[in-house]
Design a protein around this ligand. Structure first.
Ligand SMILES: Nc1ncnc2c1ncn2[C@@H]1O[C@H](COP(=O)(O)OP(=O)(O)OP(=O)(O)O)[C@@H](O)[C@H]1O
Ligand SMILES: [Mg+2]
Length: 512
């Protein structure tokens, strides 16, 4: 083990009502090293990180900083002691600028009075430059794509110049090249002596940056290892207590009639209306077929799916769902037509934070439960229970607050919610964001099951393994157009990546 211990958690237990999120955990954070936490959805990783960063108090146990016991009163107290956290669920204010988000709570004053905008702009620009992200500091956060928002979240944590920097899923919305940049910054920070704690469900990626690793299972720390002694099999075996599930679901090879047809579809770039995100695109998905939209960030995947779901306007083109033309219908009307989307940004578009798990699930499909003017509660309840067990949501029950779920389990609720609308065409944008390796296989199996029942599935991913393993056909998107099409029975990994414009040499070894 390298690096002296900067921070230590001793015998930490955390209970929420009847849920025991952590059970007597001992954990060390080392100077100048990256410690990676692995574990299934709901294993307790984020809970421990919230305790280390003063966001939550432990039910039992103590924290030590530089060998001395310490009580962190809140996150401001922790920040003052040099502990910063990048949250799994983005915590930015969408209606403020990038700069104001970064300096919120620590505004720079000049002469002790006025906030020094110019200096804050300059510092923000330097942070973004370090992260190689060309964003104007005055841009509103709401105008940024999800991955850029995540970069801003990282910049905010870096601004505090912390000596313990906790990163809870910092790369879940980043592109491959953005991850490389972040890893460069992490290496600089550790060389300066900063202690990093890192969480990710991209196992290979996390192993690449790890000096030490620990694995959590059901609230307990069940394994520790140094980078040189561990590999992905060690991680998976300790995470799930068995070997990894097969990512490749059982797909149909015979398909029915087209359920979704696009002809000449264009969508304006929501951040710059003089450009096109989707450029005269045509495609078809047949009943029983699973089609993957593969491409780099900015290829137009999200804009295409959002336009189909009615979240963005179509500029040109025709869309038909099972023979019905989709044009000006609202999101709700499209859901009734059988077209439903699992959005990329679950915090903004997928979930209502103040509602329970059950309410969130039945929200979109409420119409289906309406009898006259009264919602049929028993039907709603049984459908919710089916949803919870279908996608295996780890929750205390349907009445639990959605915010009490771990990140990956919230994602599963969004998927269950959309399935409850009984769509004919299921659209999913990066459906496995924050999902653990076992649950990924379950979600793809679920998609395949729905396809076997006659649904058409169109999903976007930036993970080549998912594209090849979980679909019948891959459409490679670049600059808003389909540049190549592959049958996954014969497609070669390198060919698909090259078609998308990816740097193959760099990426092939690192994909899962
Ligand atoms: N505020 C809360 N109220 C009730 N239960 C909670 C709360 N926060 C977390 N939990 C529960 O604690 C357990 C651990 O959750 P945690 O968020 O730490 O998981 P995780 O390992 O980070 O998972 P993921 O990989 O999905 O992010 C889960 O069962 C979760 O539902
Ligand atoms: Mg978490």
């Amino acid at each position: 083990m390298t690096g002296e211990v900067v921070m230590r958690a001793v015998g930490i237990t955390k209970t929420y009502g009847a849920t025991r999120a952590l059970k007597g955990v001992d954990f060390e954070v080392r100077r100048g090293a990256v410690t990676v936490l692995f574990g299934e959805n709901g294993a307790g990783k984020s809970t421990l990180m919230k305790i280390l960063s003063g966001v939550e108090r432990p039910t039992a146990g103590v924290l030590e900083l530089d060998g001395e016991p310490v009580v962190l009163r809140n996150s401001v107290d922790a920040a003052a002691r040099g502990i910063a956290i990048i949250h799994q669920e983005l915590s930015l204010c969408p209606n403020l600028s990038v700069r104001d988000n970064i300096f919120m709570g620590r505004e720079l004053a000049r002469g002790g009075l006025v906030v020094d905008d110019r200096e804050q702009n300059a510092q923000t620009a330097r942070l973004l430059e370090r992260l190689e992200e060309a964003i104007d500091p005055r841009t509103l956060v709401s105008a940024l794509r999800l991955g850029q928002q995540q970069v801003v979240e990282i910049a905010r944590a870096l601004a505090g110049e912390a000596r313990v920097l906790i990163m809870d899923e910092p790369t879940s919305a980043l592109s491959g090249s953005e991850v490389e940049v972040l890893f460069g910054v992490i290496r600089e920070l550790t060389a300066e002596g900063v202690a990093i704690v890192y969480i990710s469900h991209h196992l290979e990626e996390a192993l690449e940056i790890a000096d030490h690793a620990v694995v959590f299972r059901d609230g307990e720390l069940v394994a520790r290892g140094d980078a040189g002694d561990i590999d992905i099999n060690w991680v998976i075996a300790n995470m799930v207590g068995r070997s990894a599930g097969d990512l490749n679901p059982d797909l149909r090879e015979e398909f029915g009639e087209p359920v979704l047809t696009l002809e000449g579809v264009s969508v304006a770039d929501p951040t710059n209306s003089s450009r096109l995100s989707v450029d005269r695109l045509s495609l078809q998905v047949r009943a029983g077929e699973v089609v993957c939209l593969y491409g780099l960030m900015g290829a137009g995947r999200t804009e295409l799916l959002e336009a189909l779901a009615g979240r963005l306007p179509l500029l040109t083109g025709d869309v038909t769902v099972k023979g019905t033309r989709v044009h000006r219908q609202t999101i709700a009307e499209r859901i009734r037509l059988g077209l439903a989307l699992v959005p990329e940004d679950r915090q903004r578009d997928g979930l209502v934070q103040t509602m329970s798990v059950g309410q969130n699930m039945s929200l979109a499909s409420l119409l289906a439960f309406v009898r006259g003017l009264i919602v049929s509660r028993p039907r709603e309840r049984s459908a919710v229970e089916r949803g919870v067990s279908d996608v295996r949501v780890k929750t205390a029950g349907p009445s639990a607050a959605i915010t009490s779920l771990s990140g990956g389990n919230q994602q599963k609720v969004v998927i269950a919610k959309v399935l409850m609308t009984e769509p004919d065409v299921l659209l999913l944008d990066e459906p496995t964001r924050g999902i653990d390796v076992g649950a990924k296989a379950e979600i793809f199996a679920l998609m395949a099951r729905e396809a076997r029942r006659g649904l058409g599935v169109l999903f976007a991913t930036s993970e080549i393994g998912e594209a090849l393993g979980a679909s019948n056909r891959i459409l490679v998107l670049s600059k808003g157009r389909i540049v190549r099409e592959f049958d996954t029975r014969t497609a070669l990994r390198e060919d698909v990546m090259v078609a998308s414009g990816e740097n193959v040499e760099q990426e092939t070894g690192a994909a899962q």
